[in-house]
Design a protein around this ligand. Structure first.
Ligand code: NAP
Length: 277
């Protein structure tokens, strides 16, 4: 049974990224979104994930402002949408993101998908420019396949610190994990609860029962212990707190191995423009 409440200091970092963050996709009601961000930050979360396409950057910014932390304490990540990946559009829409979020710089800016207006040379040159200006502290990509990641790392002057991809016990991404480790790129796991599917997996339920915790916590502990950052989305205080408690869960080698055996390549986020299609 977990008794201790993790604090911000209990959240490890990799490549300067706090390993547990709050996801905000579909958290679009402005008041609900701002409240969940504020609650997460007051609980100890220090990493908030949003995107231009989520239509909630302003509400996320309101939540950050209400939490009243020093700017350096919060790791703010957003993503440039696939219609805005031409050089000038990256610069222009990032300025708009900053304004909506109410911040002067971003900790991490991602290419959301290698799709539509993505042009490796031109898009990444704009990201390098933002890095040079000090507008962004880190460059990231998202939904990149191994070859695209290798190519992007070759192109940018600044390091690419993260590839944000779908990863959970039912989609374990062994190839991407190997390539990312080779390149020193951190994988940020999106849909780390398989959008709720982890709650139905008997092995995760059993391990959760043995620890007296939720299957969500087991899934998040597995990701952390395997070296991945996780950004579960939660809107209710109860879910936000449940996920935060995963920092107090340590799985045994045997439990980690049992979860490793659950991979069934179940991909849940699969738009037609996904590079694997
Ligand atoms: N880069 C990309 O292309 C991409 C794609 C997808 C997602 N993402 C990012 O990754 C984040 C997370 O992924 P996701 O939103 O797809 O799915 P997810 O985090 O796997 O699952 C979210 C769902 O689980 C519920 N939940 C959260 N914590 C729970 C708990 N402890 N117990 C029971 N239910 C719980 C949430 O409910 P409530 O909301 O009711 O709390 C919500 O319905 C997104 O929000 C977004 O920031 C990025």
């Amino acid at each position: 049974m977990v008794t201790n409440e993790p604090t911000a200091d209990d959240c490890p970092q990799t490549n300067e990224i706090p390993m547990l963050g709050l996801g905000t996709w579909k958290n679009t009601d402005p008041e609900t979104c701002a409240t969940s961000v504020e609650q997460a930050l007051s609980m100890g979360y220090r990493h908030i994930d949003t995107a231009q396409a989520y239509n909630n950057e302003q509400a996320v910014g309101t939540g950050i402002a209400r939490a009243d932390l020093d700017r350096e304490e919060v790791f703010v990540a957003t993503k440039v949408w696939i219609d805005s990946l031409a050089y000038d559009d990256v610069l222009e829409t990032t300025a708009q993101s900053l304004q909506r979020l109410g911040v002067e710089r971003l900790d991490l800016l991602y290419v959301h998908w290698p799709a539509r207006s993505y042009d490796p040379e031109a898009t990444l040159a704009a990201f390098d420019e933002l890095y040079e200006q000090g507008t962004i502290d880190h460059i990231g990509v998202s939904n990149f396949e191994p070859d695209q990641l290798r190519a992007a790392v070759e192109i940018t002057e600044a390091p690419i610190v993260a590839n944000q991809i779908e990863c959970h016990p039912l989609l374990q991404q062994p190839d991407l994990r190997e390539v990312a480790a080779d390149l020193g790129v951190t994988l940020v796991a999106y849909s780390p609860l398989a959008r709720g599917d982890v709650f139905e997996v008997p092995v995760l339920r059993d391990i959760a029962g043995e620890h007296g915790v939720s299957p969500a916590q087991v899934s998040l502990a597995w990701l952390r212990q395997r070296g991945l950052v996780a950004i579960p989305k939660a809107t209710s205080r109860a879910h936000i707190a449940d996920n935060w408690q995963s920092l107090s869960v340590t799985l045994s080698e045997d439990e980690l191995d049992r979860i490793d055996a659950l991979d069934e390549q179940r991909r849940l986020v699969d738009p037609a423009f996904g590079p694997w299609n």
